[in-house]
Design a protein around this ligand. Structure first.
Ligand code: ATP
Ligand code: MN
Length: 466
């Protein structure tokens, strides 16, 4: 018989029709006459109740229906007498696909700590919490593609292995097939990468943006959505070594257009997930973060505050918080804002998402458009409550001479960037783009406070399991 997902069964009018449900046992309770099994197959946060008459089934079989075991049940869909559910399945036959020994199965009936679940990342997907998180993760991915499709963007698959360092921050994972025990050296004693697999040094991408720009300067509007790697040794609750990034890139967009698109995009994603994952969000709101739904609504209904970096520094420097010495890091024009500053602006001062533009050029990447003041670049960061920076973007420098001057000033590797510089030599155009950290957005949507809890297997310093 064909399986019906539990999400469908729960929405079916019961008429004693024979159905087949398959899934993992959440809990079992009962007495000498009847057993009640809560069954979940991940299609929805709710379980379906299976009612098994003790007289009808083998004792051993009923015993094996412990938490975590996987079964297939054929039975009649009937109206439920009990409260909490509209329908249940009166079991006629039960097949056990896989038992789970209660003495060794890590997940018990009781609630587990997030730390414990992180150590069991392969099984945590079966919990209500992670079921909700991963259904939301799917919905958010879908929302991203659907938004850009509606807007006439093309999905560009940019390379994961590259010779370019998009951020110039040197936080890259190297990719090599050289024998680490016997590295070939050049005459000057450097590692001879001409003998390496690609004939040059290579690394995992830190951003698909540079290639995205080539796409935008041909297809007008593209976006990338792929894994991104950063070997920064920062063990924070907001950084992963492997994360997913969405990077739209648009020809003929200035920084204002860029901000408008980013705000519309974030709101469209929130609206979609709110509609599609109402039950999962309600669960997370109840269990983890009582203000989650309120926060989503608030961000949807309010305009993001837009101001310059200089204005933000003035606000921070003039705040009582600063005067009382409560910021750990310094506040003055020229410094990179820390997450404590970003969150102060969003959570204390404006009490809504904030877009900061025109940052000092020294703290931003080489490709950002140089403003007329000679000091700032047309960068934009979007700051969210509870998260800090969720989007980083900019208008790009489209002038060849200005870009080249910056590349030289920073002593960058011109050779590896030749194709990128070409984009300014042949048919250059004003263009802009931004990068959204997919897991940061997931944190916002789920209320999770640790980024390790919104991805299947977090990659972080000293962490490669699962
Ligand atoms: P941060 O200051 O938070 O480290 P960043 O300035 O390095 O961020 P960008 O290089 O602008 O970030 O990357 C664009 C977006 O990617 C960020 O706004 C953020 O949402 C996300 N992001 C950056 N680094 C990480 C990371 N290590 N793990 C998860 N997401 C990240
Ligand atoms: Mn960073």
């Amino acid at each position: 018989m064909k399986r019906t997902p539990i999400v469908e069964l729960l929405n079916t009018a019961p008429a004693e029709q024979t159905v087949n449900a398959r899934g993992w046992v959440k809990t079992k309770r009962g007495n000498n006459f009847v057993n009640f099994v809560a069954l979940n197959d991940g299609s929805v946060i709710h379980d379906i109740q299976i009612v098994a008459d003790v007289a009808k089934f083998d004792e051993e079989l009923l015993k094996s229906l412990s938490t975590g075991s996987c079964i297939s049940v054929i039975g009649k869909l009937v109206a439920s007498q009990g409260k909490g559910q509209k329908v249940e399945i009166q079991a006629d036959s039960i097949e056990v696909y896989g038992t789970a020994d209660p003495d060794t199965y890590p997940l018990q009936k009781k609630a587990h700590s997030m730390e414990f679940l992180r150590e069991n990342a392969h099984l945590r997907l079966r919990t209500n919490t992670f079921g909700a998180i991963f259904r939301i993760r799917h919905a958010l991915s879908y929302a991203v593609h659907s938004f850009f499709d509606r807007k006439g963007f093309y999905y560009l698959h940019t390379p994961v292995i590259t010779a370019a360092d998009a951020e110039g921050a040197g936080q890259m994972f190297q990719v090599t097939t050289l024998d680490l025990k016997k590295l070939p050296l050049t005459e000057t004693g450097e590692i001879d990468f001409s003998q390496d697999f690609f004939g040059s040094s290579a690394n995992l991408t830190v951003s698909g943006q540079l290639q995205g720009e080539a796409g935008a300067l041909a297809l007008s509007q593209v976006y990338t959505f792929g894994p991104t790697f950063r070997a920064e040794n920062s063990n924070t609750a907001r950084h992963l070594s492997e994360f997913w990034m969405i990077e739209p890139e648009m020809a003929f967009y200035d920084i204002q257009d860029n901000m408008d698109l980013a705000e519309e995009f974030l709101k469209a994603c929130i609206a979609y997930v709110r509609e599609k994952c109402a039950d999962d969000l309600a669960f997370l709101n109840e269990r983890y973060d009582k203000e989650l739904l309120e926060r989503l609504k608030f961000v949807l209904e309010n305009q993001f505050e837009r101001l310059t970096y200089s204005e933000a520094v003035e606000i921070l420097a003039g705040s009582n918080h600063h005067k009382k010495g409560k910021f750990q890091y310094p506040v003055k024009w020229g410094v990179d804002l820390q997450s404590e500053h970003e969150r102060y602006l969003v959570e204390q001062h404006f009490k809504k998402p904030v877009i900061l533009i025109n940052y000092p050029k020294e703290i931003k990447s080489f490709y950002m458009k140089q403003n007329a003041d000679g000091k700032t670049v047309a960068a934009m960061d979007i700051l969210f409550p509870g998260i800090g920076e969720i989007i980083g973007g900019s208008q790009r420098e489209e002038n060849y001479d200005k870009l080249m001057a910056r590349v030289r000033e920073l002593g960058m590797h011109e050779e590896a960037l030749h194709w990128y510089l070409d984009l300014r030599r042949f048919g250059s155009a004003p263009h802009s783009g931004f990068g959204l950290g997919f897991e940061r957005m997931m944190m916002f949507l789920t209320g999770m406070t640790n980024i390790r809890d919104v991805i299947y297997a977090p990659r972080a310093p000293k962490q490669i399991d699962f």
